[in-house]
Write a protein that binds this ligand. Structure first.
Ligand code: AHR
Length: 503
């Protein structure tokens, strides 16, 4: 679309005159406890996520194990409950034995077309997870590794006996690593994968699950899935009794071939799409009569898809991956889309229990590293606010919102979640105003004790919807404590903002 036409169209951005933006709650609304693992993360052996990201032996900023200490300290702020590793596509060619023990030899990573040094492997990953306070979650290779190789991996991690439990001890790790979370495969529904049909995939997952649970009956199992019935229903019909989660992924600004990030308003128009994906997945689980038994892990999600283009000769353009490091790409669009995504997961907390922001460090991550330090991108602050400010239950509410219109598209201008304690005596509200240029008034219905008063609020908005953080401008977009006036039961939410406040 020509730039002028595009500007003209997207110039037609407006919020209709207010018909009433209101949040209300039924008197008998029951608090819904949510799993904090919704705030989980993902990291892959891709570009600078591991090497030069969390693991940089020899850096003056790294500890004796080579872990970047500035990264560890920053990630502790996010209270990360779980981290999925080592991929992603990377797993399709990963053989875990190459990454354990004293004799680490590099291997060619056929998925990403680079050399994998194997100096960061299972023991390093688990140690790093324990350092930041997160549960390790391993995604296993089902493309070039038989189920036996993965069950050996479970034994290496969790057993005090057996060939691989003893091998771990020989490697100097006497106590089990206690990795509770294991995923069978990654996006096996993609074309060109080893398992060709949903039926075969369901049988493969069932047999793999049995083998893994033979080694450690206590593990929690995931299987690569998606929101399509044709794939996930057979998976559940064959393996639904052997897995705890279906693993689905979502990226809503697809940039892997061409790195042309969509502008703010285009991203806002996509904020409803995660709910559609989750609803479709729930419908498939329902159809398999497994709702409540099998839950959903959105263990890879990000507004921005990663950039990893092919070259004209079909090879991978590894250098082009540096374009993922352009910090100006990560603006309030990323922050507010991410807040809306987390609100969607919280609204669906009976079914969605685990998330995986993709990834947590570098590429499209919340934290950017460079040789002299880190940059907390806008999304970092959203993850921090959600991990630290919310109450432990979601309160079912009704939200009336004016539309935000752009061209022929529209979405609710507001996205609001209310969290509460068990007694419903305290409310913490997270409200997103997607409008790029207008403050929006939100009415707090009676259930929220909306008497006139001033309340403290945390506001993340930047000055412009396109604001970002960068080296030398690390604090351009940071959460600010402001006074929010409740007047006649209404509060004013600034343009392009996430506002979190307690009532
Ligand atoms: O773009 C990164 C890739 O996205 C991950 O490796 C894969 O799991 C997903 O398709």
């Amino acid at each position: 679309m020509k730039a002028t036409l595009r500007t003209l169209l997207f110039g037609l951005i407006f919020v209709l005159p207010s018909f009433g933006n209101e949040v209300s709650v039924a008197p008998d609304a029951k608090p819904l406890p949510y799993n904090k693992m919704i705030f989980g993360q993902f990291i892959e052996h891709f570009h600078r996520q591991i090497y030069g990201g969390i693991f940089e032996p020899g850096s003056p900023l790294s500890d004796k194990d080579g872990f970047r200490t500035d990264v560890v300290e920053a990630l502790k702020e996010l209270k990360i409950p779980i981290v999925r590793w080592p991929g992603g596509n990377f797993v399709d060619d990963y053989h875990w034995l190459n990454g354990v023990g004293p004799d680490r030899r590099p291997a060619h990573d056929r998925r990403w077309g680079v050399e994998e040094p194997n100096t960061f492997g299972t023991v390093e990953f688990v140690k790093w997870c324990r350092l930041i306070g997160a549960e390790p979650f391993i995604c296993a290779n089902t493309e070039s590794a038989a189920p036996q190789e993965t069950s050996d991996w479970v034994e290496y991690c969790n057993s005090n006996s057996g060939k691989y439990g003893l091998l771990r001890k020989q490697h100097g790790v006497d106590t089990p690593l206690n990795v509770k979370y294991w995923s069978i495969g990654n996006e096996n529904w993609m074309g060109g994968k080893f398992v060709k049909t949903p039926e075969k995939w369901g049988e493969f997952v069932r047999d793999s699950a049995k083998m893994l649970r033979n080694v450690d009956p206590g593990i929690t199992l995931f299987a690569a899935a998606n929101e399509q019935e044709k794939w996930t229903l057979p998976l559940l019909q064959h393996a639904g009794g052997y897995i705890n989660y279906v693993s689905i992924h979502g990226y809503w600004d697809i940039l892997w071939k061409i790195n042309n990030p969509s502008p703010y308003i285009v991203c806002m128009m996509r904020t409803g799409q995660p709910a559609d994906k989750i609803a479709k997945t729930i419908a498939v689980i329902e159809k398999a009569n497994l709702r409540g038994n099998v839950k959903i892990a959105v263990d890879e999600w990000n507004l921005r898809g990663w950039h990893h283009p092919p070259m004209s000769n079909g090879k991978l353009d590894v250098k082009a991956r540096d374009k993922n490091d352009i910090n100006s790409t990560y603006t309030m669009a990323d922050a507010l889309f991410s807040a809306c995504f987390l609100n969607t997961c919280l609204r669906n907390c009976n079914d969605v229990e685990i998330g995986g922001f993709s990834p947590i460090v570098n590429t499209r991550g919340a934290l950017f590293t460079h040789p002299k330090g880190i940059v907390k991108r806008t999304t970092f602050h959203v993850l921090s606010l959600y991990a630290n400010k919310l109450e432990k239950n979601v309160l079912p509410i009704t939200v009336k919102s004016d539309p935000l219109v752009s061209g022929d598209q529209s979405v609710p201008v507001l996205d609001v979640i209310v969290t509460t304690n068990d007694a419903k005596t305290k409310f913490v509200i997270a409200a997103v105003n997607k409008s790029p240029d207008k403050a929006v008034e939100l009415s707090l219905a009676d259930g929220f004790q909306s008497r006139d008063r001033k309340v403290a609020a945390t506001v993340l908005s930047g000055v412009s919807p396109d604001d970002f953080n960068d080296i030398g401008a690390e604090n351009r977009v940071i959460p600010e404590t402001k006074t929010l006036e409740v007047k006649d039961g209404k509060v004013s939410l600034p343009a392009h903002s996430l506002v979190i406040f307690a009532l």
